[in-house]
Design a protein around this ligand. Sequence first.
Ligand code: FE
Ligand code: FE
Ligand code: ZN
Length: 370
Amino acid sequence: MKIGSHVSFSGKGLLAAAEEALGYGATTFMIYTGAPQNTRRKPMEEQYVPEGLALMKEHGIDEIVVHAPYIINLGSYKTDTFGLAVEFLQSEIERTAYIGAADSIVLHPGAYTDKDAQYGIKRIAEGLNEVLTVNGRVHIALETMAGKGTELGRTFEELAAIMDKVHDNDRLRVCLDTCHVHDAGYDIINDFDGVMQEFDRIIGLDRLAVIHVNDSKNPRGARKDRHAPIGSGYIGFDAIHRIVHHEVAKGKPIILETPWIGKDKANQRPMYEAEIALLTGNAEGRFGPEFLEDVARLRAFFDEQLGHPGRNGRDYVLATWELLQDKKQRAEDKREPMERLYDLVVEHGLFPDCSEEQINMRLVGYFAGI
Ligand code: FE
Ligand code: FE
Ligand code: ZN
């Protein structure tokens, strides 16, 4: 399985990115070629590409993913915004081709802002037609979106409509984001097979190139796009585990974009290492038997504390998110389910020698039901 996360490309560029990914036990990873919120980019010659590729090769990483910055908007009617997006994507194709090991640039299709969806779809296709005048074997993978604001790509039909209007659409692919499709209304929890059949009928499964795995802080159809660590949200560990082991995911880069966790914003840590180990069934190999013992202790503790909350705290997590949907309840106590469980553990001094990060990773293990 090719699984990894979004990693930083700053400092020593591809070398730093590969080092970070290997630290998580990843077998692929995703980068932004610079800051995700702007379009300033250093020349690739300064990004330690040969050094990064050598380290990747040493560890058997042969495919990574590039994500275009989320501020560019091919759907914009404004000449300068649209022009900047086209120009940026053309240079991004060149940067990605330079890396060599990256086959796809993930792109948020765009937003129609003051116009309408029909306009946006046409505009995005117009932009892609211009972008793809730049040669190269690099693909652009349009990402399935949650449907917040006026963003397009909230349905498979919208993605297909864009692709239909692009001449050289052999170079277009799709990135399926689990949080986004769930938020857009697709039932990937109970019927992933059905959702994939629909994907196949409308887009074609041969177009599926990348999978983003994120849990969601909102119920299906909420159109919010707020990611959660695996197991701590509405989708749940089991559904995500089924997706990463599904035949449609075989050989495709699977990328985590789950939020970093910690009460103090300055000291937040990613859960990627735990998420990767748990999704691949390698928790013991990665963290040792003590990790499994700690998770078993957690389970016994929560069974008692939460009054037999159901398998892996699933009932508790969902009930707490439901509670938080209510404004009044939220004002009283805005802590998310994972943070509440963390606080309970600390209150009872369950793991006095563990850091916040280590406790949170054990919580992810608890959600995974190991
Ligand atoms: Fe994205
Ligand atoms: Fe994503
Ligand atoms: Zn998202």
